[in-house]
Design a protein around this ligand. Structure first.
Ligand code: TNX
Length: 499
């Protein structure tokens, strides 16, 4: 029997037979494993209809025992024998429960779990997914649903792309016109929207309960057309040059008009006014409120695709905005182009070039490491969740690549950026840009199963990498995702029959 686990644990020893769950099954908490007990209880109730008693009695056979250790790692041990025993920190227990969740099976109305012994720990500290809530606004319930899915695959960072040309999605008390005037629309005229601060806190809290850290992004200095609907003195008039005109034409996208919402998905034509004091007052107001409301260590300041901005202005901006972010007590994160500048010490770079990068992309990415920072790898030809699976797939874009499941799985982080030390790799992230995805069902289509491939790259030891094994395990997981009520694409090259 295949254990349908993704990501593949560091060590798995299969046992023989199964442990059967019944109405008599109890959850036993040891040393304060209460949070994990409520996660396990919810998982079991949703999947099996069983709602075991949660007790602190001495464990006996048939019990599901959660033993909490007092450390802040993400590792766990999971023993499934005469009873289930999971040992780990709060995060470790959470991941042990996610592993157990993938092993639940029902036959003739009886629920059981295959016996096994698992010792597990992640390869990378940063395992991220990004949701673009600017091109399409997704409400709090949809973001929570996204967190459910991502955390089940042991992703631990949720990067929210909160602002772009098409809309501003987070209320800022000191700059109220941003959400009053610049949040009303999404790409192609889809409904807009924004998060109040309470909404945002709710997302942060839900993410934390699922062991995910929210990484808020305010994309600067480009991708800022929407700001001009609210604070026109802060932005430049839309930049137009031959390259941008050709781009709009080849994408079939409209040109932006100052002061009007932008409903297309062209990029690169907007910029804040880099040398104006008013801009820096605006940025200090915005970034300090974002830093205050997002408790995680990171604040992403964008830096991508400033196609109309002179290089010297761009570099000056990046230097100053990363310094400001550091001054606000956060570790700045920026897309790799920002590596052309003297970023603040410790700034994290997010690489989005191809899996065989240009010399310039590689050089810019190495710059973060040279300045004491680390790198998140999001090679757009492999890790982008918004690319099509096949040329005729109804959702997604193709500018980086067409990414089938094998391509999404078959890359090695240490082999992407030449000359980047392995220790400089903080982890991996799969961005899900939302130009083509109006709904949660569409998110699921692009997310499952490719996010599972990325999850394994970020979590499992490099030595466990094996396409044939992954294909087998992920195929078996399809039925589990169905049972969870999660949708998704089921590429025909995979055998999705339940096992
Ligand atoms: C490029 S990759 C972008 C986004 C688009 C995406 C669509 C990057 C840092 N920027 O502005 O949404 O392509 O795939």
């Amino acid at each position: 029997m295949v254990l349908t686990l993704v990501p593949q644990p560091a060590s798995v020893t299969e046992g023989s037979g199964t442990l059967v769950l019944s109405p008599a099954t109890r959850i036993v908490i040891v040393d304060g494993a209460d949070a994990a007990a409520s996660v396990l209880s919810d998982v079991l109730a949703a999947r099996t209809g069983l709602r075991p008693d949660v007790v602190t009695d001495p464990p006996s056979d048939g019990d599901l025992v959660l033993r909490r250790t007092d450390d802040d790692g993400e590792s766990y041990r999971l023993e499934i024998g005469a009873r289930v025993e999971i040992t780990g920190s709060d995060a470790g227990l959470f991941y042990g429960v996610q592993t157990l969740r993938q092993l639940l099976r029902v036959k003739d109305g009886v629920w059981s779990i295959a016996r096994a012994s698992i010792v597990d720990a992640p390869r990378y500290a940063y395992r991220g997914v990004m949701l673009d809530v600017a091109r399409t606004f997704f409400d709090v319930a949809t973001v929570k649903a996204f967190i459910d899915r991502a955390s089940s695959l042991k992703f631990n960072h949720l990067h929210l792309h909160l602002t772009d040309d098409q809309g501003w999605r987070l209320h800022i008390d000191s700059r109220p016109l941003l959400t009053e005037k610049a949040a009303g629309t999404s790409t192609l005229g889809r409904p807009g929207g924004f998060y109040t601060k309470d909404d945002f806190r709710e997302i942060v809290g839900y993410a934390a309960a699922h062991h995910m850290v929210v990484v808020p992004e305010i994309d600067l200095p480009g991708h800022t057309h929407a700001i001009g609907l609210a604070y026109p003195d802060v932005v430049e008039a839309p930049v137009m040059n031959d390259m941008l005109l050709a781009q709009s034409e080849s994408l079939g996208q409209p040109l932006p008009v100052a002061g009007e919402p932008y409903l297309g998905w062209g990029v690169g034509h907007s910029s804040v006014r880099i040398h104006e004091d008013a801009t820096w007052e605006f940025l200090r107001d915005v970034l300090s409120e974002v830093a205050e409301i997002a408790p995680g260590p990171y604040l992403h300041v964008g830096g991508d695709e400033c196609l109309g901005t002179p290089a010297a202005d761009f570099d000056a901006f990046i230097e100053r905005v990363t310094a400001l972010t550091a001054e606000l007590g956060k570790t700045p994160v920026a897309w790799h182009e920002a590596g052309s500048a003297q970023v603040a010490e410790g700034t994290v770079g997010q690489f989005w070039g191809s899996s065989t990068p240009t010399a310039e992309h590689a050089e810019h990415t190495r710059r973060f490491a040279e300045r004491g920072g680390r790198v998140i790898l999001s090679p757009s030809t492999r890790a982008y969740l918004d690319m099509k699976y096949t040329a005729d797939f109804p959702l997604g874009l193709t500018w980086a690549a067409i990414i089938d499941l094998e391509s999404a799985y078959s890359w090695e982080p240490e082999e992407i950026v030449p000359g980047l030390d392995a220790e400089a790799i903080l982890g991996v992230e799969g961005p899900l840009w939302s130009e083509t995805i109006p709904s949660l069902a569409d998110i699921d289509q692009l997310f499952f199963p490719r996010a599972a491939a990325l999850a394994e790259i970020g979590w499992s030891p490099a030595s466990a990498k094996d396409w044939a094994s992954f294909r087998d395990r992920v195929g078996g997981l399809g039925a589990v995702w169905d049972a969870e009520g999660w949708g998704g694409h089921r590429p025909s090259e995979i055998d999705w029959s339940p096992r």
